[in-house]
Ligand binder design. Sequence first.
Ligand code: GTP
Ligand code: MG
Length: 419
Amino acid sequence: MNMFVDEVTVEVTGGRGGNGKVAFRREAHVEFGGPSGGNGGHGGDVYFVGDEGKNTLIDLKYNRHIRAAHGTNGDIKGMHGANAEHTYVRVPLGTIVYDDKNNLIGEILYHGEKLLVAKGGKGGRGNIAFASNRNQAPDFAEQGDMGEKFLAKVELQVLADVGLLGYPSVGKSTLISVISNAKAKIAAYDFTTLYPQLGMVRLNDDEFVVADLPGLIEFAHLGVGLGIQFLKHVERCRVLLHIVSMESNHPYEDYLKINNELVLYDESLKDRTQIVVANKMDAEGAKEKLQAFKKQLNGIKVFEISALKKEGLEPLKQEIVRILKEIPKLKPKEATRIYEYNEKKESNFVITKGSDGVIELSGDKLFQLFNRIDFNNESAVKRFSRQLRTLGIDEALKDAGVVNGDVVRIFSYEFEYLE
Ligand SMILES: Nc1nc2c(ncn2[C@@H]2O[C@H](COP(=O)(O)OP(=O)(O)OP(=O)(O)O)[C@@H](O)[C@H]2O)c(=O)[nH]1
Ligand SMILES: [Mg+2]
């Protein structure tokens, strides 16, 4: 069974904020003291956290709804509700998250790195917060905001210091199994490796992560063989070990074809650091083939190894460590998502006519204000209608031809329009 999952869609929901409380102080000599209702706590956020121990998104496949906890409601005596704990979801390094509009939320490159995916709602304010000179005993409070909720597209591009690149059966899996702790499947037929696998290599005080990748063939960038599905995993490897088999009858051609596929897939991979490795040096005729190969490479350094016989591995590991210290760390992809969280929401609204002829009001900001209202509380509803006026909705309704007594609908709530 293939447990490797590198693409999955999950629904993420931030926790709802707790409701604000309506309460009044009780004092010995006054019937009603001042307002004393506290604020609701904030809803929890959903974060993804990098975990170097993971290498697949399989967990998300079985947990497609990720919801953070709600904030606690405010209480009497000015007590604020508790903020909810955030929810943390462990994901492999190299995880990339997009929102439902395909904006990049971010990418996780390091162990322990946190990425905010869905923000929790703000807690509603209690009636203490609404006391003013004009209204010293407000008898309403705000309900908590909804948390963000959307379908997140989650992708994994395997993240490794070193990626093993080459035709099928050149010995990539054999190499990773002799230099690292990975136990890779090895066999004398092509496409033995069907998904990337990571291994840790230690050399004295240094260590690096190697990714065994499925073999590439000509036209892989068009989907031939295992194709693009796995070419993408090359992208997040800092160094590529380009492995060429000295059993092949045309090592140099193999080498050029693989490089060509890389560039056709992604132009920028042309500049990715490569270390050329000639494997199967124990095979018959390998020495002669290597001589010719070296000539054609025209000065590019080649490491001669036999993965099978475990020969030539030390100089190769040393070179990898040396190069990794020289080249820069991967730069994270730039996020394009803009959080339309809370107060920053645009104050636009839309007026449309529903299928039943009723005028409907909608819009993000409006939805937020709407959700904060306890419609059983007359003062809260009055405040809401003042807010609508401030947003210019009264004017706009009038312009749209709405007259006294017409029914207007805001989400689930219907009211009569009065000038
Ligand atoms: N003679 C010789 N055979 C080798 C050497 N390294 C690997 N092989 C053999 O080559 C065959 C393919 O090895 P793998 O390690 O599975 O090759 P791969 O590149 O991972 O192949 P795919 O996963 O299909 O892309 C196996 O039969 C190995 O035993 C080597 O250094 N010398
Ligand atoms: Mg393999």
